[in-house]
Write a protein that binds this ligand. Structure first.
Ligand SMILES: Cc1cc2nc3c(=O)[nH]c(=O)nc-3n(C[C@H](O)[C@H](O)[C@H](O)COP(=O)(O)O)c2cc1C
Length: 186
């Protein structure tokens, strides 16, 4: 698959088959992530991989209640509130793999570098027939000291981008893009 095809075809995937993502495949995704550019080539990233489905389910339950409590209630659209209140809703969409890209405190904006690594990972995954989706719902949970300890993140590390990975059970729906907004072209 060429790069342009991957960029234009990748969509967030929220329905997965039961097929696990094996270790070699996860490592290939992490290697792709680390090919991203980073300021001063600091490569300020580290990765936590979680493939224990029970642990993910437990994290999801905790994340839902935490997110509901910590999010700015005004900014939560009714659909989101409803999802968070549904006991059956799993913020990881029952995916078998969660990769958390964590920023190490090096340089001015290690989080920017981690986001670039995340896009590399998601495009590489798409090229390999895998589906991904960033999961912002998980942020408040992942920032908790106990979870950081569980995931071997040092206290000063920041969980920048949690990404679920799995084999799509059906093609994701198209998601339209807004019209280009070109501010100037001098
Ligand atoms: C930082 C970030 C956080 C996101 N968090 C969630 C999330 O918690 N749950 C979810 O279903 N999708 C999440 N998404 C996916 C977006 O909803 C999705 O990227 C957007 O609707 C555009 O669709 P596309 O990825 O298919 O192009 C997140 C995306 C980003 C970039």
């Amino acid at each position: 698959m060429d790069v342009k095809e991957a960029i234009f075809q990748r969509r967030s995937v929220r329905e997965f088959t039961d097929q696990p993502v094996d270790r070699t495949t996860v490592l290939a995704l992490l290697q792709a992530a680390t090919q991203a550019p980073s300021a001063v080539n600091h490569q300020p990233w580290a990765f936590a991989v979680i493939q224990d489905k029970m642990l993910l389910r437990g994290y999801s339950d905790r994340a839902k209640s935490l997110f509901g409590r910590t999010a700015d209630q005004g900014s939560l659209v009714p659909e989101l509130k409803e999802m968070l209140a549904d006991p059956a809703f799993n913020i990881f969409y029952n995916a078998g793999t969660l990769i958390v890209i964590c920023a190490k405190p090096i340089g001015q904006h290690p989080d920017w570098d981690c986001c670039l690594a995340g896009q590399n990972l998601m495009l590489a995954a798409h090229g390999m027939g895998l589906g991904t989706c960033p999961i912002g719902f998980a942020w408040p949970l992942l920032e908790g000291p106990d979870v950081k300890r569980d995931l071997k993140m040092l206290p000063e590390y920041i969980p920048v981008l949690p990404i679920i990975v799995g084999y799509p059970s059906k093609p994701p729906p198209p998601v339209p893009r807004n019209a280009l907004e070109i501010l100037c072209w001098k």
